[in-house]
Design a protein around this ligand. Structure first.
Ligand code: FAD
Ligand code: SF4
Length: 482
């Protein structure tokens, strides 16, 4: 650590505190679905970027799962070269507007930023977002990556067909990389809109759909063909795609199948999986019902079960739909909550009530509708496989919480539709696709990555897997070696 410090340029004499980002006030934002954080102004971004020490050995880059040249793009912000800064990020990351908003930077690049040791780290994510958002405002036109695509045409590789199944962060990244490597790429997406969880799961107030669309459009501009409403496993099978000339296939179908708790009462009306709840509100715009077609049940008291980003998003959505009381019921304590720290703070600011060390054991109802959550209090025991302390029920501590709606956000698994017609792709014990580090599966020519392999993880890890697989697919197509 000391070595790194001595290698650095002389730190600036005036210590500038990390620039806070403007936000909608909690009492205002709980009444709308607009983005909570408003983004840096140019002046704020320039001040924040000037805090970077331009380390000789930038630890931030090692902390980034896709190794963005963070120091490089921050230097370009300092020079007001925003288009070049965007191109620098896009060398490694096709979704900067998304990552700048939802990546857990506090556990990655910002966690290891040298400034974070004594002070606040550089706000790398907020700067990434600033650069991505500057494109819309400044209308850059064709960037160097898109023009390179033009150069690649007529190299011969563009006649080699590759397929990507699923247009979430894993699929979009894999497709973008394959296009940059020169291949003809087609994405097959089951839904009517591309983006995966970015459009059907993460709410508008954290990640506007227009931002996702802008990044999908960028991937398309690299020459990727996007086919929507195509369920692989139904419309085509993987074998049919291989037989029709796709030389290699990437499966990035995510973990879209919700888990339930398996307790009595989950079949009452008013009980949603978070997946259905969020899809109705986000993708199908139920918050604009009846202007939009899809309804959603609203209630005065909403109980959300779980402690991750999905639970936080569901609870904050319920608040915006008008619920007077929203509980997050989580079986561990705040320390073990897997959701992003920033989002936990936002949820508390918005009045979400955290009910820690508590687990539902039964849902009680009347006339077919859920009315109460019967819970048991928990205490923390020894660490389990995940390293977190295991929650243990406290005997005779049951109690009931009145509720109108229950949203279950305890995790998701792989949707079985694709695998039902591809029995030669081996699954692991958890039902996810078994793949090696490069994404190679048990089926020749077929790679996989993202949540379908790891279970629900993060956007950036899914993107990293997509990128790694694209490189391995290129190698496989060139050498034929499996
Ligand atoms: P997905 O994003 O799930 O995309 C898979 C795509 O494949 C979907 O579009 C799906 O329709 C399509 N598909 C599925 N089956 C088929 C088929 N048979 N044929 C064709 N297409 C198919 N991560 C973070 O880093 N930060 C966050 O703040 C964060 N918040 C989250 C909030 C919620 C509500 C959820 C659910 C997840 C969140 N995550 C977050 C996790 C992150 O979104 C996922 O890890 C990531 O989206 C996984 O990417 P993926 O490409 O593997 O899968
Ligand atoms: Fe160094 Fe932090 Fe700047 Fe990276 S962001 S170069 S670690 S000061």
């Amino acid at each position: 650590m000391q070595d790194d410090m001595t290698n650095e340029k002389k730190p600036k004499k005036i210590k500038i505190p990390r620039i806070k980002i403007a936000q909608q006030k909690p009492e205002v934002r709980i009444n709308n679905f607009n983005e909570v954080e408003l983004g840096y102004t140019e002046e704020e971004a320039l001040t924040e970027s000037s805090r970077c020490l331009m380390c000789k050995k930038p630890r931030c880059i090692d902390g980034c799962p896709v190794e963005i040249d963070i120091k490089g793009f921050i230097a370009l912000i300092n020079e007001k070269e925003y288009k070049k800064a965007l191109e620098k990020i896009r060398e490694k990351n096709a979704l900067p507007g998304v990552c700048g908003r939802v990546c857990p930077q506090e556990d990655q690049c910002e966690k290891v930023c040298i400034l974070g040791i004594k002070d606040d780290p550089v706000a790398i994510g907020k700067l990434e977002r600033f650069v991505a958002d500057s494109e819309k405002e400044k209308q850059y036109g064709i960037t160097s990556l898109e023009s390179k695509h033009e150069e690649r045409i007529n190299t011969g590789k563009e006649k080699i067909k590759t397929a990507v199944i699923g247009s979430g962060p894993a699929g979009l990244t894999c497709a973008g990389e394959l296009a940059r490597l020169g291949y003809a790429v087609t994405i097959f997406e089951a839904l009517h809109r591309a983006g995966g969880v970015l459009v059907y799961g993460i709410p508008e107030f954290r990640l506007p759909k227009a931002i996702v669309q802008q990044e999908v459009d960028f991937v398309k501009s690299l020459g990727v063909d996007l086919k929507l409403n195509m369920i692989v496993g139904k419309t085509y099978t993987i074998d049919e795609l291989l037989d029709s000339g796709y030389k290699s296939i990437f499966v990035g179908t995510g973990a879209g199948l919700p888990y339930f708790m398996g307790i009595p009462g989950e079949n009452f009306n008013g009980v949603y999986s978070a997946n259905e709840y969020l899809t109705r509100v986000n993708l199908m715009k139920a918050y604009l019902f009846p202007k939009w077609d899809t309804p959603v049940i609203k209630g005065n008291i909403v109980s959300v079960v779980g402690g991750g980003n999905v639970a936080l998003d569901s609870a904050r959505t319920a608040k915006r739909l008008g619920a007077k009381k929203v509980y997050i019921i989580y079986r561990r304590s705040e320390v073990e909550m897997p959701g992003r720290i920033e989002e936990i703070h936002h949820a508390i600011e918005e009045g979400i009530e955290m009910v820690f060390l508590t687990n539902p054991v039964q849902l009680l109802g009347g006339k077919g509708w859920v009315k109460k959550v019967k819970c048991i209090r928990m205490e923390l025991g020894e660490p389990d496989d995940s390293g977190r302390r295991r929650p243990v029920p406290i005997k005779d501590s049951e109690y009931e919480i009145d509720t109108d709606i229950v949203v279950i956000a305890i995790g998701q698994g792989p949707n079985p539709v694709l695998m039902q017609t591809s029995s030669d792709i081996i699954l692991n014990k958890r039902g996810n696709i078994a793949a090696d580090e490069s994404g190679k599966t048990s089926k020749k020519g077929v790679f996989a990555g993202g949540d379908i392999v790891t279970g629900t993880a993060t956007v950036i890890l899914a993107m990293g897997a997509g990128r790694t697989a694209a490189i391995a697919m290129d190698d496989y197509i060139k050498t034929g070696k499996w």
